[in-house]
Design a protein around this ligand. Structure first.
Ligand code: NAD
Ligand code: UDP
Length: 337
């Protein structure tokens, strides 16, 4: 299939482009490069041995996206483009409503104008808010705890409504747990701007010496060792799930909402230990107060993804640490991996 990837030059989109190309599909990247490096398409071309078409556009520009879809007809869209920082969403709500919700509406208008009826959407486990218990199934109650989470829930509802009313033939809302890792080639990966909010990029920057120590936010949670527990998922497993999801909705014309996680929880201290063992780098720790709004523990029940797509996460925490480090080390010019 030829498939449009909005936000395809970003972290998860670029890995998905690589996997789609490997599986014989033809990814077309649409990105405004607001949060992506300009040379990602060139790196993808080297990695896959194929030129990948790139459209530089904003998803909110219906006319430009419609025109692009007329010249590059696609059978499906995987919609990654969004703003994704929780704190920023609370500081600038209108920007998030505009980019995420208005942007999705404009994109869907362009899709309707050219008759593209299949979409895979990047949702997030954030829609579960503070879950009552884990593992979390897709029918667990959804709760909005911040504006970023609300935009994800609104977009999920929008997509389900369009599928229910026959405006979309196939749709998959994919709820990611905690994506980490990088392509094992270290040619693509995550490049957070400024001080990373997320654990793994912070750990890798401590390992390169860019940051002095890791602040562990809370060690009095009701978990095995008192630190927060999450379901980390390797970005390559996530990318493979997108390929299977788009193939599934194209084959069956269905609308589905599916968790993408490993089903296993890892605490902050477990992740740090795995990182140290895998990479041989020491991560100095400072115990700090809990981060406001953090949940003690959550992880997925990923059984539905296996039943529908035949997908299951294959990579473990050591793989995630090794590939995250390889990427960060290569960026920092460190050659010990
Ligand atoms: P990313 O920022 O690396 O990728 C998003 C891409 O979209 C960037 O390349 C950016 O330049 C592009 N973009 C942003 N606004 C655009 C616009 N208006 N028009 C065109 N392009 C635009 O983020 P990511 O981590 O790859 O996340 C991809 C998706 O997955 C997002 O929707 C995000 O909310 C969701 N998600 C991410 C995580 C995570 O931890 N990374 C977790 C759950 C869900
Ligand atoms: N965390 C931490 N120090 C950091 C960043 C994160 O201790 O510098 C903890 C955080 O409190 C949580 C876990 O690591 O328990 C994962 O945090 P992340 O921000 O990566 O994911 P999220 O909380 O959004 O699931």
């Amino acid at each position: 299939m030829r498939i449009l990837l909005t936000g395809g030059a970003g972290y998860i989109g670029s890995h998905t482009a690589a996997v789609l190309a490997e599986r014989g599909h033809e990814p077309v990247i649409l990105d405004n490069f607001a949060n992506a490096e300009r040379d990602v398409p060139a790196r993808l071309a080297r990695l896959t041995g194929r030129e990948i078409a790139v459209i530089e556009a904003d998803i909110r520009d219906t006319e430009q996206v419609t025109a692009a879809l007329r010249t590059q007809p696609v059978e499906a869209v995987i919609h990654f483009a969004a703003l994704k920082a929780v704190g920023e969403s609370e500081a600038d709500p209108l920007r998030y409503y505009d980019m995420n919700i208005a942007g999705t509406i404009r994109l869907m208008q362009a899709m309707q104008a050219v008759g593209v009826g299949r979409i895979v959407f990047s949702s997030s486990a954030t829609v579960y808010g503070q879950p009552e218990s884990s593992p979390i199934l897709e029918d667990a109650p959804t709760r909005v705890e911040n504006i970023y989470g609300r935009t994800k829930l609104v977009m999920e509802d929008l997509i389900r409504d369009l599928a229910r009313t026959g405006k979309l033939a196939g749709a998959a809302n994919l709820r990611y747990f905690n994506p980490v890792g990088a392509h094992p080639s270290a040619m693509i990966g995550e490049t957070p701007r400024g001080v990373p909010n997320n654990l793994m990029p912070y750990v890798t920057q401590v390992a390169t010496g860019e940051r002095a120590h890791l602040n562990v936010f809370g060690n009095d949670y009701p978990t095995r060792d008192g630190t927060g527990e999450r379901d980390y998922i390797h970005v390559m497993d996530l990318a493979e799930a997108h390929a299977l999801a788009v193939e599934h909705i194209a084959a069956h014309d269905v609308s589905v909402t599916v968790n993408l996680g490993t089903g296993r929880g890892t605490t902050v201290l477990e992740l740090v230990r795995a990182f140290e063992t895998t990479t041989g780098r020491k991560i100095p720790l400072v115990f700090a107060p809990r981060r406001p709004g953090d949940v003690a523990s959550y992880y997925a029940n990923p059984a539905l993804a296996e039943r529908l797509f035949g997908w299951r996460a294959r990579r473990d925490v050591e793989d995630m640490c090794r590939d995250s480090w390889r990427w960060q080390a290569s960026r920092a010019g460190i050659n010990d991996v």
